[in-house]
Design a protein. Structure first.
Length: 196
């Protein structure tokens, strides 16, 4: 190999290493793969933080101690539930892409716009309960819920049971979790036992 080729190969390896380090540092690496669609560590971390804030504020509202959420077990359960929701959201999204093609995004946004217009306290509620501004609340909470409702509506019109479909789809989906503490079993995320 000539010096120039070796230098180019070295520079490419360095660029790959630096960019990989940057992506990993920002959480842009897969935690789960759902039928070849990726859930990133950043998504799980951000949505876990939102769930933590929601539960913390809910506990405060009912006069309970929010510090119970700070145990290792509670943090793992929040991460587990968050990852499960993100995986199920991916399965729903993939089914919508097949059934409704491209226009389901416009339908979801119309439904959300109507919901926000009809509920004047949404912005304040999103901030107080979830710690989110309206655009983030829209993307993290309202949009996945709108997708779910659209799919449920389509299935209802076809005399299909959404809950049964979701259970079957979750069980048959190709889901790979790249976390040593969690695994996908029969359509849900489970904490790995110490014996495994």
């Amino acid at each position: 190999m000539s010096f120039n080729r070796a230098l180019i190969a070295f520079m490419l390896l360095m660029a790959f290493g630096i960019s990989s380090h940057s992506f990993v540092g920002r959480g842009i690496y897969p935690v789960a793969v759902v039928n070849f669609d990726v859930v990133t560590a950043k998504q799980v971390a951000e949505d876990s933080r939102v769930a933590y804030t929601y539960f913390q504020n809910t506990l405060r509202a009912y006069g309970n101690d929010p510090s119970t959420l700070d145990t290792a077990e509670s943090q793992l359960e929040i991460k587990r539930a968050t990852l499960e929701k993100l995986i199920l959201d991916k399965i729903i999204y993939q089914e919508l892409r097949q059934r409704v093609k491209d226009y389901f995004y416009a339908i979801a946004n119309q439904n959300i716009d109507k919901y926000v217009a009809d509920n004047q306290n949404v912005t304040q509620g999103a901030k107080l309960l979830y710690g989110l501004e309206l655009p983030d609340f829209r993307n993290r909470v309202l949009l996945p819920q709108a997708y779910r409702e659209i799919l449920e509506g389509r299935m209802f019109l076809n005399n299909e049971q959404f809950d049964e479909w979701l259970k079957d789809s979750g069980s048959s989906a190709q889901v790979f979790i790249l976390s040593p503490e969690l695994q996908w079993v029969d359509g849900s995320v489970k904490v790995r036992s110490d014996s495994e």
